[in-house]
Design a protein around this ligand. Structure first.
Ligand code: 4AD
Ligand code: MG
Length: 431
């Protein structure tokens, strides 16, 4: 029996006999030849069945195979310059594992609702395959970035007793008779972890009951959140900038084929080099107003403003020092102006908008107690968090980056629903 080989490893096996295991993506026939496109998850390759090379029953089975039938092919690897992979397979034998029923996703156009209903099958198409491979590489690069710089991975809990990012987007669950919430962010736990381990990060699913339909909000998304003791806002921005530059270039190096499938204009991504422009919220508002945008100081930026700001540079822009009222309770105030917080967001170009949010945390016990009270949050649920200030409080900062937002930007797709394997949206829990 020749060795089982994956399509991605075919190069270098020219002339050798191999076994491939996969699914039938597409088929065409002409007289004595069947051309079967075999997909195995690592790639697609054309398998040529010539009537003279195989048993008569194999030739006739190949003639009537429906799309997505699973099959095992034995054949010889042949260099074929006209094929996208540079190779094809001359089939010697073919066995069908399971004949597929009539496949609902055909090469014709389908509506988005239909495709989302069939997300479990839609994953097999080449675009979705490319997006999910890029997502996987982005996650790998993100973890490697922190792992190789002395950060400790510290997993945050998913069940939490309190809100981190405002009480309006909490998913409540019954925790043995007590209300609990699915986590909105691991940050508060990372702050405690940074005091124990210096540099920490978590990467996990986070949940927001966002009651709006936009192209960048999911109910469940994955966030990577570093937190560093003795870091101030400036250090935090430097880290975010270096991190984003690194992971974008990792994808450019590792995923050229996938970016090509997506028709992504990579010259825009190649230009993503630090330093990224930085401006205060106040400066951004002034500039927006000069361009005739009606905008009041004190409001948070919406998608339109974020798109405009990033268009000024065609690079990710770090906007810092937002009004304290726009941001969460844990933000430290600017010592020079109590109305301003030491916060920062990174806004990506091409309409991607906010991909990173973070800042320096309030490290004074009393000020933090006042903020918790001012936000009407239950003090008792934060007593453990206040301990972080009671016992050797230090300046510290961190940020969160939503992976789907970055996948959407890097892939150049217009909606986050394609940036996660099984999206959870306002009106979608299935499949
Ligand atoms: O700006 P956010 O709400 O910040 C936090 O949660 C902080 N506690 C993070 C921290 O400092 N450790 O969210 C951070 C990022 C956003 O910039 C965005 O990339 C993503 O998480 N995000 C979402 N992604 C998809 N769908 C949603 N509903 C998202 N909400 C936030
Ligand atoms: Mg934010």
């Amino acid at each position: 029996m020749p060795p089982w080989t994956y399509i991605q490893d075919i190069a270098g096996l020219d002339g050798r006999e191999v076994v491939l295991k996969g699914w039938l993506q597409n088929k065409r026939s002409s007289g004595k030849l069947h051309f079967l496109q075999l997909r195995d998850g690592t790639g697609t390759i054309q398998c040529v069945v010539f009537k003279g090379d195989v048993d008569a029953d194999v030739f006739s089975v190949a003639d009537h195979l429906p799309q997505e039938s699973s099959m095992i092919v034995t054949g010889v690897v042949r260099a074929e310059p006209r094929s996208p992979s540079g190779f094809e397979i001359s089939v010697k034998h073919l066995s069908v594992v399971t004949r597929a029923q009539e496949y609902p996703i055909t090469p014709k156009e389908h509506g988005i609702a239909f495709l989302l209903d069939h997300r479990h099958l839609w994953l097999r198409s080449s675009r979705q395959h490319a997006i999910l491979r890029i997502r996987s590489e982005l996650i790998k690069a993100s973890r490697h970035y922190f792992d190789s710089r002395g950060f400790t991975l510290l997993d945050a809990p998913v069940f939490t007793p309190s809100a981190c990012e405002g009480t309006t987007t909490l998913f409540e669950v019954d925790y043995f008779g007590e209300p609990a919430y699915l986590t909105q962010s691991g940050q508060l736990y990372m702050e405690a972890g940074a005091m124990a381990l210096g540099k920490v990060y978590c990467f996990g699913p986070t949940f927001r009951a966002e009651k709006s339909k936009t192209r960048r909000h999911l109910m469940e998304f994955w966030m990577i959140e570093p937190e560093v003791a003795y870091f101030e806002l400036q250090d935090d921005m430097d880290l975010a900038e270096d991190f984003v530059e690194t992971i974008v270039h990792h994808v450019l190096t590792r995923c050229s084929e996938e970016l090509n499938v997506l028709d992504r204009n990579v010259t825009k991504l190649e230009k993503i080099r630090k330093p990224f422009p930085r401006m205060t919220y106040g400066e951004a508002v002034e500039r927006l107003k000069k361009q005739g945008v009606a905008f009041e100081w004190g409001n948070d930026f919406g998608a339109d403003e974020e798109t405009k700001i990033a268009e000024w540079f065609d690079l990710p822009v770090i906007v810092h020092r937002y009004p304290a009222a726009c941001k969460a309770f844990y933000m430290k105030n600017d010592p020079e102006d109590p109305n301003i917080s030491l916060s920062m967001d990174m806004l990506a170009p091409e309409g991607a908008g906010e991909i990173v949010g973070g800042g320096q945390r309030e490290d004074n016990l009393e000020t933090l107690q006042n903020k918790i009270a001012a936000h009407d949050l239950p003090m008792e649920d934060f007593s453990w968090y206040l301990d972080v200030r009671r016992y050797g409080s230090v300046p510290h900062a961190g940020f969160g980056m939503g992976i789907e937002r970055v996948v959407r930007w890097v892939c150049g797709i217009d909606h986050v629903r394609e940036a996660i394997p099984f999206p959870r949206m306002l009106e979608r829990l299935r499949p």
